[in-house]
Write a protein that binds this ligand. Structure first.
Ligand code: ATP
Length: 360
């Protein structure tokens, strides 16, 4: 069994910068865990600590029931796939994959079997004699994965492995990585700043911000019930619309207990309907359409809020223009300059405390 457990893990860099401020989570055997967050939130630091490439200031990292804090990277039974692939340019694909095994003095016969099997899985069998420069970006990425697979480690660690690929290849490789991981059932931890990659790959999603965990859970649950306004705006694109909630209207939107705590209301762009019908208990915003993006299957409508509206504060200057994004299916939609009414039903409203730190 290769569970990975982090207990109150902390990292302070030389000079006193606290990059990781006490993190706890567990990745079950065979699970795919994704660490996601904005640049500088500490996700690479955390991954490198699991890998043993960075020392641990406090807490414990447990891999397969063994505390690895003091254990060398090579002895941790992990394999890491990097963003820049880190292939040896002068070696063939075969030798790139075999290198780590030879270092471990594995018999050539066993190496050959393992490389052949990995090459078959990754569709690299015809390219084993090529050098990395004779490969496309996606093929190089697959060689990097192959190098990890042949090791048959307990845990795969991925550090933004797709960020050097173009958009189309990224999606294709994302699907490949997930299929491969399901097939091998190897416990994996994957770092990305791309929330779409995170949503689609993860069994467990860990959303990080400023060296701390904002929320851990199943990706869809996090999308449907973000715990903080940070998570609400980080997960989902375009992001959730967040607005201050006018105090006298709180009681219309929530039960007394929730209303007392609520200071911010959030509505996802796809949870608005453009409609002139009356709403009861929901929110209706009068908007002037400022911009329209039609991407084929859907249309994004950017609107500025007007004064006359029901449900939400309209203090001038409170929100910047173009703040509200409405997402409508299909290629139709209003015209620029048009006045529309965007309506959200009561069950589509997310309420948070005024500091955004808690869902109510
Ligand atoms: P990115 O997506 O930009 O790679 P990240 O979430 O992976 O960001 P880290 O690379 O883990 O972030 O860095 C976390 C914080 O620690 C950053 O503020 C960074 O400046 C700081 N940091 C990283 N390495 C060091 C170091 N060797 N010494 C001091 N501070 C560091």
């Amino acid at each position: 069994m290769a569970n990975v457990t982090l207990r109150n893990v902390r990292k302070t860099y030389l000079g006193g910068f606290e990059a990781i401020k006490g993190i706890d989570f567990e990745v079950g055997d065979g699970q795919f865990c994704v660490l996601v967050g904005p640049s500088g939130c500490g996700k690479s630091t955390l991954l490198r600590m699991v890998a043993g490439l960075e020392t641990i200031t406090g807490g414990e990292i447990d891999i397969g029931g063994r505390i690895v804090n003091q254990i060398e990277p090579a002895e941790r039974d992990i394999a890491m796939v990097f963003q820049n692939y880190a292939l040896y340019p002068h070696m063939t694909v075969y030798n790139n994959m075999a290198y780590g095994l030879r270092n471990r003095r594995m018999a050539e016969g066993e190496i050959k079997t393992r490389v052949a099997e990995a090459a078959r899985i990754l569709e690299l069998s015809a390219m084993l004699d090529r050098k990395p420069r004779q490969l496309s970006g996606g093929q190089r990425q697959r060689v990097a994965m192959g190098r990890a697979i042949v090791r048959q480690p307990k845990v795969f660690l991925f550090d933004e492995p797709l960020s050097n690929l173009d958009a189309k290849l990224r999606i294709a490789m994302r699907v490949e990585i997930r299929k491969l991981q399901r097939r091998l059932s190897t416990t994996s931890i994957y770092v990305t700043h791309d929330q779409l990659e995170a949503m689609t790959l993860a069994d467990i999603l860990v959303v990080m911000n400023g060296g701390e965990v904002e929320q851990i859970g199943n990706p869809l649950e996090i999308y449907q019930r973000p715990a903080t306004t940070f998570v609400a705006s980080f997960i989902g694109a375009p992001p959730m619309n967040l607005m201050p909630l006018r105090s006298e209207l709180k009681s219309q939107l929530a039960s007394d207990a929730r209303a007392a705590e609520a200071g911010i209301i959030g509505i996802r762009p796809e949870d608005f309907v453009i409609s002139n019908e009356a709403v009861s208990g929901g929110v209706a915003l009068g908007l002037t359409v400022e911009a329209i993006e039609r991407v084929g299957a859907e249309t994004f409508v950017y609107g500025t809020r007007q004064q006359e509206m029901q449900g939400v504060a309209a203090t001038p200057g409170e929100l910047p223009p173009g703040e509200i994004i409405v997402r409508v299916p299909g290629a139709v939609g209003p015209a620029i300059g048009e006045r529309i009414r965007a309506v959200a039903a009561p069950d589509k409203l997310h309420l948070f405390t005024a500091d955004g730190r808690k869902r109510v």
